[in-house]
Write a protein that binds this ligand. Structure first.
Ligand code: GAP
Length: 460
């Protein structure tokens, strides 16, 4: 974990937020390569979820929503995690995570169950603070994950009426725009709405780098359907989402499906996709697929007074659609793809660090390097670079030995390095070096663009 965190910071992927003020726990910033990688992951998700499907629409709803939204969804009263404090070092821990260490599944368990199990383990002297090892821990209590703020004129700021919440999940906005989507785009059931956006949770523990943060991004898709189709549609999405990971280079053995044993009362099925994080030496959740019944729209209909029924012409039936959800954390995917790609290899007695990212995800697609900074080589390379940057993320680098420059590009996952050498000046060819094989091929400058496009796919 320390190695990945240090790598992300020194190579411009992820920085701790507000570092010059000592940082802010559970918040991170994305540097140049980090944001390019994050955008590429988002692009691949949108391509698979919206561009390649005619049954899913895109949405970008606001972070702030009417506060009743979160009353109706149950978040204001029930979006809690069980928290335990260490009386010695004052650290905070998730009680369900403490129990997990003893193979006790306390996810969504009652406080009563959690405290009974904790008391039993405490009596056996087994449970202790994960930070200092002290056994002096408080009982578990519920802690709200909702992040609140105020909106309105300054004189009203302290009024409870002005409280608004920073959304804890993006799907809330999808439920609220279900009606406008139906009325403006006239979809047939089943159909989906997908969106990417920020979510905020006052996480008790935020110690796992960008795996669990207090500000993060979700990519969620809500698929509205007739209840009789839930089983078969769930299976289709199950397969569709699994393939997305394999297609982007995650090996099947690094992934697994884990079914939820405890379900909220309105859900009929829930599975998580877990990835084996090398940095944490364990499988952990990246995405959830949830069969949510018609609870969400029913609640919003009840609280808003709006009729959210759908008239299904084919069935000649009016009903509140049921929902199948896919929900994935974009930041967690950045972590997953970095963890998966980060490779150390021995090359001629030296260690090479290389990010073996799928080319579609690489922040920089091509680096243009003059072998020397003299005899017109740099000018020629600059010319090629200016042409390339018109249609893809490219870099020009003339500083240091060519070997060092290759290594630098390997570390940020650039799939191709183009080198302009003396032969280029004579016959109009350049070398193209492949990041993974390190093999070089001579390609004519005239053919370079189509050559790279062929290798990387459509690249802008
Ligand atoms: N709408 C359903 C929902 O939000 P969730 O399991 O709470 O379900 C879905 O969250 C995904 O969002 C998770 O699988 C994870 O990838 C991501 N996620 C949740 N909390 C997160 C956090 N604090 N930091 C980063 N990602 C988070």
């Amino acid at each position: 974990m320390e190695e990945i965190i240090a790598f992300c910071k020194t190579r411009g992927f992820v920085y701790p937020s507000s570092e010059i003020y000592g940082g802010l726990a559970g918040i991170y910033d994305y540097g140049h390569y980090g944001i390019l990688l994050k955008n590429n992951i988002q692009k691949e998700w949108l391509k698979s979820m919206v561009q390649k499907r005619s049954d899913v629409y895109a949405l970008d709803s606001a972070i702030f929503m009417h506060p009743t939204t979160w009353k109706a969804s149950g978040h204001v009263d029930g979006f809690n995690d069980p928290q335990v404090d260490c009386r010695t070092c004052k650290s905070r821990m998730r009680a369900d995570h403490l129990l997990e260490e003893f193979d006790i599944d306390a996810d969504k368990a009652t406080l009563e169950f959690i405290n009974k199990e904790l008391d039993r383990l405490k009596a056996e002297g087994k449970v202790k603070c994960v930070v200092c090892g002290s056994k002096d821990l408080t009982p578990a209590r519920q802690f709200s994950l909702m992040v609140k703020t105020n909106m309105g004129s300054p004189t009203d700021m302290l009024s409870e009426e002005n409280v608004v919440y920073l959304r804890p999940e993006t799907c809330g906005g999808i439920y609220l725009e279900y009606k406008n989507t139906v009325n403006s785009l006239h979809p047939k059931l089943p159909f989906g709405i997908a969106q990417v956006g920020k979510a905020f949770r006052n996480e008790i523990v935020a110690r796992q780098f960008i795996f669990r943060t207090r500000e993060f991004e979700q990519m969620e898709m809500q698929y509205f359907l007739h209840p009789s189709e839930m089983e078969s549609i769930y299976e289709q999405w199950h397969e569709y989402r699994w393939k997305w990971y394999l297609d982007l280079g995650i090996k099947e053995e690094e992934l697994k499906w884990v079914q939820h044993t405890k379900l909220v009362f309105y859900a009929s099925k829930a599975f998580d996709i877990k990835y084996h994080f090398k940095a944490m030496d364990k499988f952990d959740e990246v995405e959830g697929l949830h069969a949510r019944g018609n609870y969400d729209l029913t609640q919003h209909s009840k609280f808003s007074g709006e009729n959210l029924e759908f008239y299904d012409q084919q069935r000649n039936e009016k009903y509140i659609p049921h929902i199948m959800e896919t929900s994935v954390g974009l930041n967690r995917l950045v972590f997953m793809f970095l963890d998966n790609a980060y490779t150390k290899e021995e090359v001629n007695g030296e260690t090479r660090i290389v990010l073996k990212l799928d080319k579609r995800l690489s922040p920089i697609k091509v680096a243009i390097l003059p072998l020397m900074k003299k005899d017109g080589l740099a000018e020629k390379a600059e010319e090629i670079y200016q042409a390339f940057r018109e249609y893809t993320m490219s870099e020009f680098d003339a500083a240091g030995s060519i070997g060092k420059r290759y290594r630098r590009q390997d570390e940020i996952g650039t799939p191709y390095c183009v080198t302009v050498d003396y032969q280029s000046m004579q016959d109009g060819t350049v070398t193209v070096r492949d990041r993974d094989t390190m093999l070089q091929e001579r390609v004519s400058i005239d053919r370079l663009k189509s050559y790279i496009i062929e290798k990387v796919g459509i690249i802008n």
